[in-house]
Design a protein around this ligand. Structure first.
Ligand SMILES: [Zn+2]
Length: 75
């Protein structure tokens, strides 16, 4: 499983493996879990391809960034 951290203030959409130390999906006041809030949200996917397709369906100014620690793009 993979988690996409969609961050609206920075426009960076960072993808993690679920066991990454930087993968902390949780609902906060400004970030949603499985839904968008004012600062974005965390979304889970079974495959990298599904996550990327979700990213591509959004605003084209967002930046796709696989995490450099867990390297979800190196499977
Ligand atoms: Zn990561």
């Amino acid at each position: 499983m993979f988690w996409l951290n969609a961050d609206l203030p920075t426009r960076i959409w960072k993808l993690h493996r679920e066991d990454c130390i930087y993968c902390k999906p949780e609902e906060t006041q400004s970030k949603g879990l499985g839904r968008m809030k004012s600062y974005g949200g965390w979304f889970s996917f079974e495959t990298v391809k599904e996550a990327y397709e979700f990213y591509k369906s959004q605003d084209e100014r967002y930046v796709w960034q696989p995490c450099k620690v867990c390297r979800p793009d190196k499977i």
